[in-house]
Write a protein that binds this ligand. Structure first.
Ligand code: DHB
Ligand code: FE
Length: 435
């Protein structure tokens, strides 16, 4: 099923959606650069030279040099961004809007003074709308969630890998627990990993605290968390699939923050190292998905679980035959602060793993207080695992999952390491419909 974009049928109107945003990314970011007096001066001194310093398509530069705002809109421009460019040239919103109508400035001003443009003759052509809504042909192929991977993301594990200390007696049992996983991952390589993690005061400091962040950008470098960036590759995103997921999840009432540029910290890179090993480039694309578990209130287990369910609908309505794994990271029990630091609750962790497999909907009802009391203040990271679990095909009754691997070990730094691989069993083909 393709997503409803009937907003494209409104006449004389461009809706600024993820597709337009991707098309106009640098054009709009160029406009933002005009928010300093110094840059405006440089722009006005030599427009062409200034534009040439930006990675813009020639059509985009032409649109601006020709003062052709309809062309700029077609090229992905958004009016609020373009207004910064307009202001630099001394244009008001009314002059800019009027310039796109084919009217003279005076005619447009007169029309507005006379009550504005009438809705009559400016509605959607209903024949076209009905045709667009008429039974769409189902796509012949679509993306599939193949498996879920759950793992702790302790930074010290990354440091042990980076400093070649994985054979030391302290670390060996941890890495032994991932030997199967690395092999399994190679044999079941997806096209895309949708990686649920939390940023740890790396990209999102207290100036911005979004609850759910979807990475819709093309690439994300490895963050410097204070000891230099880990010597691992940055990740390549999948902007097209991510834009599709954004559209589907937001339409399903999950209010996401979309991020095109950020760095990614240990929460994301350590799971990649554990599953893919020491590689020059990651063997598949990665869509980062950050969940705020740093400042309360944080999203509930149930909210995360339902987001996972919506995520599978989103992924499986994408009309390319991609294999997608959803990973949930963080946990298990750990407390990194206060006199109770070092808390480990093996019984609770293992019951969590049991219920994650057999009773995920029940587990999703667990209140935050249980996580914090039983698994430590940072054990709250485990709510993120419910997103990956919610995306498995048994949840809404049309599939089954198999436990491929389960591992539990104490300690890694301050943390109990938990790890689980669940694979979706291929679903039986729907019986052919009788004619
Ligand atoms: C540790 C664990 C984490 O999940 C984290 O984000 C930071 C530190 C630890 O146990 O050291
Ligand atoms: Fe963490």
């Amino acid at each position: 099923m393709s997503l409803d974009k009937s907003y494209k049928l409104v006449p004389g109107t461009t809706i600024f959606d993820a597709e337009q945003s991707a098309k106009g990314y640098h054009l709009n970011q160029f406009c933002m650069s005009l928010m300093t007096a110094e840059n405006r001066e440089r722009y006005l001194a030599d427009e062409r030279a200034y534009l040439d310093a930006w990675p813009l398509r020639e059509e985009q530069k032409r649109a601006l040099l020709d003062r052709d705002l309809n062309a700029a809109m077609r090229e992905g421009g958004n009016i609020y961004f373009l207004a910064k460019w307009g202001a630099t040239l001394g244009l008001s919103f009314q002059q800019m809007a009027g310039s796109m109508t084919g009217m003279t400035e005076q005619e447009y001003r007169d029309m507005m003074a006379g009550g504005g443009r009438s809705i009559e003759g400016n509605r959607i052509d209903h024949a076209v709308l009905e045709a667009a809504h008429a039974d769409p042909t189902p796509p012949t192929e679509h993306a599939v969630v193949t498996a879920a991977v759950f793992t702790s993301h302790v930074p010290a594990i990354g440091a042990a890998i980076d400093h070649h200390r994985t054979d030391e007696p302290y670390w060996q049992p941890v890495f032994d627990g991932y030997a199967f996983s690395k092999q399994w991952e190679q044999e079941n390589l997806p096209d895309v990993v949708f990686l649920v993690y939390n940023d740890h005061a790396t990209t999102f400091d207290l100036s911005l605290i979004p609850t759910f962040v979807l990475g819709t950008g093309a690439a994300y470098p490895t963050a410097d968390e204070g000891y230099g960036p880990r010597p691992v590759p940055g990740i390549e995103g999948d902007p097209d699939l991510a834009a599709h997921i954004a559209h589907s999840l937001i339409r399903d009432d999950f209010d996401l923050t979309l991020v095109n540029e950020m760095t990614v910290d240990h929460g994301l890179t350590v799971p990649l190292s554990l599953m893919f090993g020491d590689v020059g480039t990651w063997p598949c694309k990665v869509i980062p998905f950050h969940v705020n578990v740093v400042q309360y209130p944080v999203p509930s287990g149930e909210r995360c679980f339902n987001l996972g369910r919506a995520l599978r609908r989103a992924i499986e309505s994408y009309d390319r035959p991609l294999k997608v794994q959803v990973w949930g990271t963080g946990g298990m029990s750990h407390q990194l602060q206060g006199p109770r630091a070092g808390l480990i609750n093996r019984a609770w962790d293992n019951a969590f793993l049991d219920r994650l497999v057999d009773d995920p909907a029940g587990l999703a009802q667990l209140p935050h207080l249980d996580y914090v009391e039983q698994a430590g203040s940072e054990g709250i990271e485990l709510v993120m695992w419910l997103i990956a679990r919610g995306a498995m095909s048994d949840i809404d009754g049309d599939g089954a999952v198999e436990v491929e691997h389960r591992f539990y070990h104490v300690p890694a730094s301050n943390t109990a390491v938990g790890h689980l691989i669940l694979q979706n069993q291929p679903r039986a083909e729907a019986p052919a419909e009788e004619e």
